[in-house]
Design a protein around this ligand. Sequence first.
Ligand code: FAD
Ligand code: FES
Length: 336
Amino acid sequence: VAHDVRIDPLDRSTTCAAGQSILESCLRNDIWLPHSCTQGTCGSCKVKVLSGEVDHRGSSEYTLTPEERSAGIALGCQATPRSGLVLEPVEKVDPDDGVPRHPLRDHTGTVVVLDDIARDVRRLVVELDEPMAFNPGQYAEITVPGTGVARQYSMANPPSETSRLEFHVRRTPGGIATDGWMFAGLSVGERVELAGPLGDFGMPLAQAEPAILIAGGTGLAPLKSIARHALAHDLVPELHLYHGGRSRQDLYDVELFEDLVRAHPNFRYRPCLCEEDWDGSTGLVTDVVLADFQSCRGLSAYLCGPPGMVEAGVKALKRRRMAPRKIHREEFLDAS
Ligand code: FAD
Ligand code: FES
């Protein structure tokens, strides 16, 4: 059964279709709620239920504690209404913060590029039938045909390219979307379905301070989008991009970033390898950042990649006195 949901502080309402999460219904109806992973692991989509009843469905105790449940908190990306609801987001929403919000939509498109670009990494480019507006740093959910599952992949292209979405996909051994499809049966010319945009990782429009971008593996995807956008629009006085891998086989788009360095004197690109001696930076990407910056006061950072790397990066930046609110992160948590 469908139920009406009112977001109290925004004075906006939506109707949740049967089985539809509160977050999905809001985003599809152009009501922005804070969220990141949309799969019940990050906790950024918490809402307080002011009246009515929800079904918490897949919400785990790690993301939503029993105490929070009894206090009327729910995960917007998991919970569905059992009755009409009135709720408010736990994290405050400022509708006038100047960040453009794009409603979530279903899209179809054709695979036009599927290339091996690094060890266990493929570039997937999808030509959309209809353009999709998004902010640099956001992601799409790609449907894996015949499985009933969808997986998240960040756009690597800047938002000026609305019809041709570029993704960087790492193979997960035994993974349904990657090992079982994108690295197996999928080929150029095939039709794909996806939904987007999603997520609130990204650079504010009025960014002014120098920024450090730290990527691990395919965590480079959203940072490539952010870097290309920020440089094209002169958003930052300085931009430092770090890309961590084990050996040279893990690096990709090196030439593209070297070209950007030549075109933009305020852009620095540092690939870092932790298992190979070479003429570039050697060591864990976070250690290289620590060595390069004695103080990160007055800077901001954007980190993306495996959770362990992101965690280590955040710690390193705090040790160098970066203000916590200036540290933005996206973790590539899988659904397991
Ligand atoms: P899954 O099938 O989800 O498997 C994940 C793990 O679980 C594997 O180790 C698998 O062996 C194990 N597993 C699967 N089924 C079982 C089972 N039944 N029992 C035990 N173990 C099991 N990745 C990218 O490469 N690029 C991106 O740009 C990107 N962006 C992301 C953005 C966000 C916001 C998030 C949350 C994730 C992002 N990811 C990205 C990760 C991506 O969405 C997938 O999680 C990843 O590709 C793995 O998907 P999969 O279907 O291949 O693996
Ligand atoms: Fe809901 Fe991450 S837990 S968006």
